[in-house]
Design a protein around this ligand. Structure first.
Ligand SMILES: [Zn+2]
Length: 369
């Protein structure tokens, strides 16, 4: 306190800016964690952008690839150029300058699920628990998670408020997935109302119910993202989970054009999120981000729409990491495989919690140095 008083006296002669910077530098950095998932995002699109075989298979009879709008927007000669066209911020900035990504088979890297179901609830549960529970977690029905998640454990162990650990998700079933004990963290899932003092966000809260999707339990990702950003800026949570859904839902519907649109939009959300983090002194240099998916899907034009226990390829996933403590950049090359059951321990570790001390059968944290 004494040195701040001295700083204040000095500031009387030097100007108020000095006091502000003295106070800011006196604050210890406090880790923040952001988990982001793109539902059912295949390694093909993440690492290679437009899959021309899949796009071709969706063209109606007599239509030419060269005349197709999606082809014109996203085609390039190499996988590296195609993925950067699809996700320019993720590949051109985030993975180049700030983080790394595992799971590209062409680079000798793999990430696989440990659960054998290969659909959403078991995938998200594996992410949030650090282990598969195949016998108990085996449907997408909105059944309460039988285990305490990493979000809840961080909230209670660090004695955080409900607002400080928050999940914003496009799919309503996350109400059941993210919490074992209902009401322990903030959850805004599906078409749930969202309160904000901002009139624009209030208007979005109304519009989400009018701009219907083809799916009864999934809203458009834009609402999920905007509500998450509003909460981030207002409540400054220590742990935020953003779960986007459209990469999966359009794929089930066979709309490959809209699948690629969803990747492009998700990339723009990442850019907005990162821009805010960099502009915010309490987040810049203290925020750990993990981006992944709940499952893959089939590798071929015959089964790219599907996933599940019987679909080869649905076990193949990927994990991107952006952390102040990690020096690796770009793609993981020739590395031992990672598994989705390592994510919970990684997130907990960033918050100073040893997840395997709590769950000895969970996967261990990922070290990327
Ligand atoms: Zn799905």
């Amino acid at each position: 306190m004494k040195h701040l008083l001295a700083a204040a006296m000095l500031a009387a002669t030097l100007g108020v800016g000095f006091v502000r910077s003295a106070i800011v530098t006196a604050q210890a950095p406090e880790p923040k964690v952001i988990l982001i998932t793109f539902d059912g995002a295949r390694t093909e699109e993440i690492f290679g952008g437009l899959d021309v075989d899949v796009l071709t298979s969706t063209l109606s009879e007599g239509k030419k690839l060269d005349d197709n709008d999606t082809y014109k927007r996203f085609w390039a000669e190499t996988p590296e150029a195609r993925r950067e066209k699809l996700m320019p911020f993720f590949w051109g900035v985030l993975m180049r300058q700030h983080g790394s990504i595992a799971g590209n088979p062409r680079a000798g890297s793999a990430v696989t699920l440990t659960n054998t179901h290969r659909f959403s609830y078991p995938g998200y549960a594996e992410v949030l628990l650090g282990e598969a529970h195949d016998a108990e977690i085996k449907s997408n029905d909105p059944l309460r998670n039988p285990y305490v998640t990493v979000l809840e454990e961080v909230q209670s162990r660090l004695k955080l408020t409900k607002a400080q650990v928050a999940a914003f998700t496009s799919w309503s079933v996350f109400n059941a997935i993210v919490e074992h004990q209902e009401g322990s963290v903030t959850v805004n899932a599906g078409f749930a109302p969202f309160d904000s003092p901002d009139p624009l966000i209030q208007e979005l809260g109304r519009l989400q119910r009018e701009t219907v999707t083809p799916w009864s339990s999934v809203r458009h990702d834009i609402y999920t993202f905007r509500f998450a950003m509003d909460h981030l800026q207002r409540a400054k949570p220590r742990m935020l989970y953003l779960a986007l859904g459209e990469t999966d839902d359009w794929a089930h519907d066979g709309r490959y054009d809209r699948v690629l649109d969803a990747y492009e939009r998700s990339d723009a959300y990442l850019r907005q999120l990162w821009t805010w983090i960099e502009s915010e002194p309490t987040y810049r240099g203290q925020t750990h981000i993990l981006i992944t998916t709940d499952h893959g899907r089939g590798h071929t034009p015959k089964d790219w729409r599907d996933h599940g226990a019987k679909v080869e390829g649905a076990q193949d996933v990927w994990i991107a990491l952006v952390s102040p403590g990690m020096t690796r950049r770009g793609e993981w090359q020739q590395q031992p495989p990672l598994r989705t059951n390592q994510i919970a321990a990684t997130l907990a570790g960033w918050m100073g919690i040893d997840w395997r001390a709590l769950r000895p059968s969970a996967g261990g944290p990922i070290s990327a140095n």
